[in-house]
Design a protein around this ligand. Structure first.
Ligand code: ZN
Length: 274
């Protein structure tokens, strides 16, 4: 009996020893955690609230805010959204064909997420009064890039390889998604050091919120890698060569190496200290 008790205690000890250390919450995780994918599904699109009078005639942006949301902060929100749009235009070297409607929607569950209805030039960020206003602006920065990509690549954008579609929008949002880190390479290096490594050609459905966010950052840094190592012209051709599925773009034809080969180069680049 005593032997059994000792054996059980040893097993319990071994089991507790094998428990992973709790993860440290560090500043790099302070970037926007989105709570839903931002591609329009089959659900009806949300209602667009009336203009609140913050747009001016020469603006590239028409901001609309749900009744009762950020009532006291709309002037600041208008300026900050304009600033975010100018930032992503400059960073991506893409420009809007015409005015973009940005809508801040009240999320009943106080989630933070976005949606880009680029065929209708409307982007949405969902938030609630208790969420600091910079967070929906961070989401808008990402959604703006989806619109700029549609304007640049036309309807082919809608069938772009999901790695590139979300990777471009995430990379393009730059400082709005980096939580103070200098680039996506550094961000993903920290993710990898924390043991978070997901194959690039993975769909986010079923990964959960944290997994989806981690994958978006990986895709952002993969786009950063392609733009740094190869030409923009190659990236532009790659962007229009897919069929929506992650990994569907014609990497081999454009870079002379397939996605698994590029993925290994990207991992080595991420893990290498600059
Ligand atoms: Zn997106």
């Amino acid at each position: 009996m005593l032997i059994l008790v000792v054996a059980v205690s040893v097993l319990v000890l071994l089991f507790s020893y094998a428990q992973p250390e709790p993860r440290q919450i560090s500043t790099w995780q302070a970037a926007p955690m989105i709570t839903k994918a931002d591609q329009p599904g089959n659900a009806p699109l949300p209602v667009i609230p009336a203009l609140i009078g913050t747009a001016n005639a020469d603006s590239q942006l028409d901001l609309r805010v749900d009744d009762g949301l950020y009532v006291e902060q709309r002037q600041q929100l208008s300026g900050e959204s304009q600033q975010a749009l100018q930032y992503v235009i400059q960073r991506t070297n893409l420009s809007p064909n015409s005015v973009i409607i940005a809508v801040l929607k009240q999320d009943p569950g106080c989630g933070i997420h976005g949606l880009a209805d680029t065929s209708n030039r409307v982007v949405y960020a969902y938030s609630c009064e208790s969420i600091a206003r910079n967070r929906p602006v961070n989401i808008l920065a990402h959604e703006f890039v989806h619109q700029l990509a549609h304007d640049r690549y036309g309807n082919a954008h809608l069938n772009s390889d999901l790695i590139l579609l979300e990777g471009l929008a995430t990379w393009g949002a730059g400082q709005y998604w980096l939580g103070g880190l200098p680039d996506f390479r550094s961000y993903v290096r920290k993710q990898r050091e924390a043991g978070i490594r997901i194959a690039l050609a993975t769909h986010y459905s079923g990964l959960g919120i944290a997994g989806m966010n981690a994958l978006y950052y990986q895709w952002g840094s993969f786009v950063e890698f392609l733009l740094e190592r190869y030409s923009r012209e190659q990236f532009d051709r790659l962007y229009v060569s897919g069929n929506s599925t992650p990994g569907s773009a014609d990497y081999a034809a454009i870079y002379g190496r397939d996605l698994p080969t590029l993925e290994r180069e990207w991992e080595a680049w991420v893990d290498q200290a600059p």
